[in-house]
Design a protein. Sequence first.
Length: 326
Amino acid sequence: MQIRVALLGLFCGLWLCSCSKPDDVSVVRLDQQLFAAKSADDVRAFLNQHPAVAQLYFNANQAGNDTALVRELTDRVNNPALQDFNKQLQAEYGDFSELRTQLADAFANIKKDFPDFKAPRVETIATGFMGPDLIVNDSLVIIGIDYFAGPKSKYRPVGPTFPQYILRRYQPEYIVPAVIFAISDRYNATNRTDQTLLADMIYYGKGYVFTRTMLPNKEAVPDSLIIGYTDKQLTETFNAQDIVWGHFIDERLLYQTSPAIKQRYMNERPFTAEIGRSAPGAIGRWVGWRIVSAYYDKRSVGIRELMQNADARQIFEQSGYKGQLD
């Protein structure tokens, strides 16, 4: 399964014991290779050498024969402004040692609980926002590092799909949580016949608990990097969760199946107008996280058992969650 992570979503060996040192993660620097290609022939050779990236990132099955794509990439790698941007990216990310270490630890954590997990290959690319920010499938992670350069970056993605509440998440520290959340999908069992809002909420809640569990140094990672809210939004929403929960109950939302209604509470928005301007968008995802966390802590289940449980209603009912604070 392929996951395209829009924040608007290697090699790890066999886990031997809890003290085993994680295998190193190799980050293939396609951004450096691409900007080293100066001629159309060089770019064509680059695309032919990396067919998976050509297909997944550029949506081109025979990229080397796609004259329009070759021409566009050739123009970009020779553009002085993008060359300066690339230099900034190289300085920002350095040798990716921190990213490699974090991914290695995370992949080792996943392998411990899910022995069938095979760490994907990790590749980085920069094109001036030609492709998506992040792609994760079973065998490959492609990180568009131009997206994650941070607020001081020389260039940032623009357009209606990149409002400020999305742009602020495009920073290096968001990469690893986003990759882990995307990987959680392959282990997140769901009942496809259950089309309720509650089922969607529990799906995200399980994914966030998985992410929190697998993160290296998880005690030091703020929840904001997992769900994308600001610290202020998290604090205010946590303190007002009785009001948020009361809205879900009063409006009888949990078992709604209307796509339009579900979108209001699950999709990215600047705020959830139905509750109030102080309620962040995608509030249903946050409530789902609260429910699943309560279930996970109360039932003392392992992460593998949690992820294999496709009964959203059971998780909700056994969580005991009713909008209460911890």
